[in-house]
Design a protein. Structure first.
Ligand code: AMP
Ligand code: MG
Length: 426
């Protein structure tokens, strides 16, 4: 055991170039550099899928008064003892209350009041007999079944009590949660601000999506893929287009991204590999404090991470699938963290592989797969097509990313492995 020297090795490792970093360590390092963004108030519908930044306390009971759960008659439960179709109990009907009206009358023994669902239960009554269990006889009602005290009655505060924390801080606000805030009388809610994410593609070969290909030119698809993935993660994408592999252009573009757009995160793609023109890493180092890692994953091995003028920056590889998968492993969790989500990872299921998989090279392999419900009730995972780092179509077809661990060199068909879901399966 030598904790001091161990720590020294770990610390130094982050600055080393071309160092093989395990996926989990790279993720921990990225998450360590980001925090939930400051709170802002917004309207309830705008808060859908965001995370509450402060607890919402109920100022009154929900429901606010005791009311009927059925259309029927408000009665004293004791009056209905022994009632049956053969021996009905006859009660005098002394009034009627619709939903939205106050209960002004009180019932005495032997009396009933017609009551609609949601109407306040009148004083003196402690139960409601459903219409289906009664018959009307002139101004009286025959009850055919006994009711217990509180039967068909919704008590004030049975959902939420006044003073209680109804929506804790850190709640991912799904539709029922925003509905609950409305039930509490809130028209706005405090959430963590949405991160602004600047996206910069790099490469002399890139033309915009409406540009002309050929003569070595390809279209910049990463800007759009990454912007869409940022939006899916809950961030606000700011796609700044492509910049040439020129040191001055790259540095100027980075500075402009920070100064003009005040982003919370910068994503670049391309130029972090070992090619002659892969100078993003040099520009990044010149403009900020950036480490270049070789992450033990496939696809998406090269990754840059650090900060430019205090703004965290993730330098993704250029190959379209590698860029997307690296984003999903590191950018997506970072954005979720900034949004305040307690769980930042992609939703994960377990599936049974249908094909044999080879995984040489001690890297975590994120394999594009389609999922199917098997006859045994288990999910099965089948490769979605060619797995090359540039084959975007198989990522588009995939339901998820099968995670093959670093140390599994050979995965026989029929193995159970985790699958990160790329979208909800309809
Ligand atoms: P790089 O990491 O810069 O060496 O790029 C690796 C591969 O990804 C090359 O074939 C690039 O042409 C391609 N690539 C880089 N950036 C993009 C982009 N924004 N859109 C589509 N392909 C790209
Ligand atoms: Mg390049």
């Amino acid at each position: 055991m030598c904790p001091a020297s161990e720590r020294q090795t770990t610390d130094r490792s982050w600055d080393n170039l071309d160092l093989l970093v395990p996926v989990n360590e790279a993720l921990a390092r990225v998450l360590d550099a980001v925090r939930p963004l400051p709170p802002v108030d917004c309207e309830l519908l705008e808060a859908l899928d965001r995370v509450s930044a402060s607890p919402a306390r109920a100022t009154e009971d929900v429901p606010p008064f005791t009311n009927s759960a059925m259309d029927g008659f408000a009665v004293r439960a004791a009056d209905t003892t022994g009632a049956s179709p053969a021996a009905p109990v006859s009660l005098a009907v002394v009034g009627a209350i619709a939903a939205g009206e106050p209960a002004t009358e009180r019932i005495a023994p032997g009396e009933a009041i017609r009551i609609m669902t949601g109407a306040p239960v009148p004083a003196g009554a402690d139960a409601v007999v459903r219409f289906e269990d009664t018959a009307n006889v002139n101004s009286r009602v025959e009850v055919h079944r006994p009711v217990a005290a509180l039967e068909n009655v919704r008590l004030a505060g049975e959902d939420i009590r006044a003073g209680e924390v109804a929506v804790p801080a850190g709640t991912a606000l799904s539709a029922p949660w925003v509905g609950m805030l409305a039930a509490l009388g809130q028209v706005t809610v405090t959430i963590h601000r949405q991160p602004r994410v600047a996206i910069l593609s790099t490469g002399n070969e890139l033309v915009a999506a409406n540009g002309t290909t050929g003569s070595g030119r390809i279209r910049d698809s990463n800007s759009t893929t990454l912007a869409a993935l940022v939006a899916e993660a809950g961030g606000l994408p700011l796609a700044l287009g492509a910049v040439r592999d020129e040191m001055d252009d790259l540095r100027a573009a980075l500075r402009r991204a920070v100064d003009d757009f005040r982003p919370d995160l910068i994503l670049t793609s391309g130029g972090v590999s070992v090619g002659d023109y892969d100078m993003v890493k040099d520009a990044l180092r010149a403009e900020g404090k950036i480490a270049i890692w070789q992450v033990r994953m496939k696809p998406g091995k090269p990754l840059a991470f650090g900060a430019v003028n205090g703004v965290p920056l993730l330098g993704l590889p250029g190959n379209p699938v590698a860029a997307a998968i690296s984003f999903l492993q590191f950018g997506h969790p970072a954005i979720r963290r900034m949004l305040g989500h307690p769980d930042v990872s992609l939703p994960t299921v377990t599936a049974v592989t249908t094909a044999e998989i080879a995984n040489a090279g001690q890297r975590r392999h994120f394999m594009r797969v389609r999922l199917q419900d098997g006859p045994d009730g288990r999910l099965s995972a089948t490769p979605a097509g060619e797995q090359g780092a540039g084959i975007l179509s198989s990522l588009a077809l995939a339901d998820g990313l099968l995670v093959v661990p670093e140390d599994l060199t050979h995965v026989p068909a029929g193995s159970c492995l985790p699958v990160q879901l790329l979208r909800g399966r309809g």
